[in-house]
Design a protein around this ligand. Structure first.
Ligand code: SAM
Ligand code: SF4
Length: 346
C-alpha cells in the first residue's frame, strides 16, 4: 500500500458495523414538478431558495468527502433538473475524478430530460436512474399528476446520446401493481435494466402502511407467470453493497429493492446531504446533522474547519444504526420524523 492509499483509507468514514462510506447522494432541491403519491405531500412547504447551499458550497463539500473515500456521487432531489446550474455542477464535479471519484450519477423523473440529455452527456454524467412507475397514461397521471409522454421522450433522448440508464419503479398495492408485467416486458424490449422498489415509509403525508407494500416475493411470483426467473446471487454482477437484489427474467437483468420485506441495509455504504445542508447517515435516520455553517466555512477557507467537520462527521457516521428494521424496532412508539423522500432524495 503506498502512502496516498494509506492516508485515504485511514481517513475514510466508517460506521460502528465496519461499513465504509463510498457513496454520497446530494439532493440539490426539494422542489419537483411531479406529485408522486408515494413521495410528495399534498401541500409541500418548499425550502426557501436562500436557505439552499450554493453549487460552490456543494462542490467544496463533495471535494471534502471524496478526499475521505467517497467514490460515487448521485445528484438527486426533488427533481434535480429543476435546479438551474445543475449541468454545470456535473461538469465541475469531473475535477474530483483525479482525487478518486469514480462515478457521477443522477436520479430524475425525466420530464425535462429531452432538453438536457445532450448537455448532461457532454458534462460527463456517467449514468442516470429514471423513475417510471406505469406505462398506462391514465395511471401515470394519477400517480404523478403529470403526463407520461415527456418521460418516454426523455428516456429516448438519454439512449440516443449514449447515457446508460436504469429504470426505478415504485410499486403500490391497488395503485400500480398491475404494471409488473408491462414494465418487465417493456424493459426487455427496450434492453433497459429495471428495478422494482418496495414502497417505503418516506411519503410526505405519512400514509404508508405495510398493506400498500408490494413484496419482493409477490413481484417474483408475478414475473414467473411469464418469464423464467433466476437469481444472480452468485454472479459477480451482484455488488455486496447494492441495495437491489439481482435476478434475470429470461436472460434480462432485473433488480428488486426490498427494503421492507428483505432489506439489504447490512452492507450499506451510502450517506446523504439535503439541499439545505442536513446530513443523514441513513435514509431512515431519525435525526440529521445540520452541516450548513460548517460547509459554508469550508468554502470560506476558515482555518481548522476541515478538522472540525471531519470529527463531527466521523462521530455521526460511526453511530449509524444497522438499518431500517433496527430503527423501526427502536422507535416503535415514537412519532416518525418529518422528512420525506422529496427532501432527502431517495
Ligand atoms: N425526482 C427524481 C425521481 O423521481 O427520480 C429524484 C428524487 S426521488 C425522491 C428518488 C427516488 O425515490 C425515485 O426513484 C422515487 O421513485 C423514489 N421514492 C420516492 N418516494 C419513495 C417511497 N416512499 N418509497 C420508495 N421509493 C420512493
Ligand atoms: Fe418528484 Fe421524484 Fe418525489 Fe416523484 S419521486 S414527487 S418525481 S421527487
Amino acid at each position: 500500500m503506498n502512502m496516498m492509499t494509506k492516508l485515504k483509507t485511514e481517513a475514510q468514514f466508517v460506521d460502528q458495523f465496519g461499513r465504509g462510506k463510498r457513496k454520497l447522494r446530494i439532493s440539490v432541491t426539494d422542489r419537483c414538478n411531479f406529485k408522486c403519491v408515494y413521495c410528495m405531500p399534498e401541500h409541500p412547504e418548499w425550502m426557501k431558495k436562500h436557505d439552499l447551499l450554493s453549487f460552490e458550497e456543494l462542490y467544496q463539500f463533495c471535494d471534502f468527502m471524496v478526499r475521505r473515500g467517497i467514490e460515487s456521487i448521485r445528484i438527486t432531489g426533488g427533481e434535480p433538473l429543476m435546479r438551474q446550474g445543475v449541468v454545470h455542477f456535473v461538469a465541475q464535479l469531473q475535477d474530483l475524478k483525479k482525487l478518486g471519484l469514480k462515478r457521477i450519477s443522477m436520479t430524475t423523473n425525466a420530464h425535462y430530460l429531452k432538453q438536457y440529455a445532450q448537455a448532461l452527456k457532454q458534462a460527463g454524467l456517467d449514468d442516470l436512474n429514471i423513475s417510471l412507475d406505469s406505462l398506462d397514461t391514465a395511471q401515470f397521471k394519477q400517480l404523478t399528476q403529470k403526463d407520461l409522454a415527456p418521460v418516454l421522450e426523455g428516456i429516448q433522448a438519454a439512449q440516443a446520446v449514449g447515457l446508460p440508464i436504469k429504470i426505478n419503479s415504485v410499486l403500490m398495492k391497488g395503485m400500480n401493481d398491475d404494471q409488473i408485467l408491462p414494465l418487465a416486458r417493456w424493459s426487455v424490449q427496450q434492453k433497459i435494466s429495471l428495478r422494482f422498489i418496495e414502497f417505503m415509509p418516506l411519503d410526505g403525508d405519512r400514509k404508508w402502511s405495510t398493506e400498500h407494500v408490494v413484496s419482493e416475493q409477490h413481484i417474483l411470483d408475478t414475473l414467473a407467470t411469464e418469464f423464467t426467473v433466476t437469481s444472480q446471487a452468485n454472479d459477480s454482477a451482484q455488488s455486496s453493497s447494492d441495495p437491489a437484489r439481482q435476478y434475470f427474467i429470461d436472460a434480462h437483468p432485473i433488480g428488486i429493492i426490498s427494503t421492507i420485506t428483505n432489506s439489504f441495509c447490512g452492507s450499506c455504504d451510502r450517506v446523504r446531504l439535503t439541499a439545505q445542508g442536513e446530513f443523514y447517515n441513513c435514509l431512515f435516520a431519525p435525526k440529521g446533522l445540520n452541516l450548513k455553517n460548517e460547509i459554508k466555512a469550508l468554502t470560506a477557507s476558515v482555518p481548522l474547519r476541515e478538522l472540525s467537520l471531519h470529527s463531527t462527521l466521523s462521530n455521526y457516521i460511526w453511530n449509524k444504526e444497522h438499518g431500517f428494521h433496527a430503527i423501526q424496532q427502536r422507535l416503535k412508539n415514537e412519532p416518525s420524523r418529518k422528512i420525506s423522500m422529496h427532501m432527502i432524495g431517495g
